[in-house]
Design a binder for this molecule. Sequence first.
Ligand SMILES: [Cu+2]
Length: 69
Amino acid sequence: MMTKTVHVPGISCGHCVTTIESELEDLNGVEDVKAEHISKQVTVSWDPEVLDWTVIEDKMEEINFPPSV
Ligand SMILES: [Cu+2]
């Protein structure tokens, strides 16, 4: 299991948090997602043997919440 926290500048409210958490949790191999709208941080725990981080990042871009580098 791996855990990574990224900054997502596009998070502006609780609705964004719900969208990000539900979309990312739908990915096979993602164990846990915690999004937070004050800090604009998203913490993802996933199984690297099931999916690569780039899949999670692509999904975030697809739903219009790309992480900043
Ligand atoms: Cu929002």
